[in-house]
Design a protein around this ligand. Structure first.
Ligand SMILES: Nc1nc2c(ncn2[C@@H]2O[C@H](COP(=O)(O)OP(=O)(O)OP(=O)(O)O)[C@@H](O)[C@H]2O)c(=O)[nH]1
Length: 357
């Protein structure tokens, strides 16, 4: 019998702050010959990019969808609506057999409302199909993660709600790596000592085991209070029920800007653009990612990633990953004047652009 009709389909929630390595980890967790998987990528920003960056083996992935707008707070985009759409697609025969679901949340997603919805009625029956939360997997960026967790409540909650943690970017820790690594271990021990942790840079790590079957078992200290704070009934009857931090304004002050353009830019123009932006905005530019058509070889786009003030080495792709060959940039900013950022984005578009041959 098809999974979901008798036994629930496991749902894995992949979360972690902006740019902490979720999509990179997703590509490594999905190995050939694994269970057939529906991958749903939820992006913050109205121009999806990650769907073009998933490279998992076609045999394993029978369905992939990208949604824009945050799964934790955008009406119609919550976990139930997301799984309902999947269930409908399954009914309509669009997906093939599905044995598990992986949902990559936006890097700003608060896990509390998502987990709350799943746990309130687990196994969750949607359109005659059962889903159950198997795990919350959180990517923790070794370089920026500690500051993110200390300064941003969403970062703290993403770590606290995990039952599986993937430490990313430990290869970038630099000369004081051992000291910084013990700081990260202490952070995890304080916030979520019960979670299983792997370092994705450890040659012996097997990221695919993060998708091993299981039942979500959170051990983070503040979980119960945060879940209670999500529950409208608890709110109504016990308005003083204490959540460790007020989480109602989930993304206040943070906004996203996207740019799509047809023309070509030179590698130097692109690098200068990113460099000026990085210096001027610093950590207030939470994220920039994009695929850019360069004039030296328009058939081979460049993939750029800025995570706060860290510019990851750009990657020249062998070909455009889809039929859309336009330059696409998505920026997520916190506390940067919106008009100034818009004007700066236009400077790239206004450069004398070469047209494709
Ligand atoms: N050196 C190094 N770079 C990494 C590692 N993991 C991810 N990255 C880089 O970090 C950047 C962001 O990675 P993504 O996988 O796109 O991060 P994400 O969490 O999916 O990003 P958002 O969806 O925008 O939140 C890319 O340039 C990756 O190549 C790692 O373990 N080591």
């Amino acid at each position: 019998m098809e999974p979901g009709l008798s036994s629930p389909i496991p749902v894995f929630l992949l979360t972690g702050f902006l740019g902490s390595g979720k999509t990179s980890l997703l590509n490594r967790m999905m190995v050939p010959g694994g269970p057939r998987t529906a991958v749903i990528v939820n992006e913050y920003g109205d121009v999806p990019i990650d769907n073009d960056l998933i490279e998992v083996d076609g045999n394993d992935m029978s369905f992939a969808e990208t949604s824009t707008g945050c799964i934790c707070c955008e009406p119609g985009n919550d976990i139930v609506s997301t799984l309902s759409r999947l269930s409908e697609a399954m009914d309509e025969g669009k997906t093939g057999r599905i044995e598990r679901v992986v949902i990559e949340t936006t890097g700003l997603a608060d896990p509390a409302p998502i987990v709350n919805q799943m746990l309130l009625a687990s196994p969750y029956r949607i359109a005659g199909r059962l889903f159950t939360l198997a795990s919350v997997i959180t990517t923790l960026d070794a370089v920026r993660g500690e500051a993110t967790v200390e300064e941003r409540i969403v970062g703290h909650k993403q770590l606290a709600f995990a039952d599986r943690i993937a430490l990313t970017k430990s290869d970038l820790l630099g000369h004081d790596a051992a000291e910084r690594r013990s700081g990260l271990d202490a952070l995890v021990a304080r916030i979520n000592p019960g979670a299983r942790l792997i370092d994705v840079q450890d040659p012996l790590a097997q990221p695919e085991l993060l998708l091993a079957p299981g039942a979500y078992a959170p051990a983070g200290g503040d979980i119960a209070a945060w879940l209670a704070a999500e529950n409208p009934i608890v709110r109504a009857f016990a308005p003083r029920a204490k959540a460790p931090v007020d989480n109602l304004a989930r993304h206040s002050g943070i906004y996203t800007k996207s740019m799509v353009m047809d023309g070509l830019v030179s590698p130097n123009e692109l690098l200068a653009f990113i460099d000026i932006l990085r210096r001027a905005a610093g950590k207030r530019l939470l994220r920039l990612k994009g695929l850019v058509a360069l004039d030296d070889d328009p058939d081979r786009p460049i993939l750029v990633h800025l995570v706060q003030d860290i510019f990851h080495p750009p990657i020249r792709l062998e070909a455009w990953p889809s039929n859309d060959r336009r330059t696409r940039l998505v920026l997520i900013a916190d506390g940067i004047d919106e008009t100034s950022l818009e004007k700066f984005l236009l400077t790239l578009q206004r450069k004398p652009q070469r047209k494709r041959a």
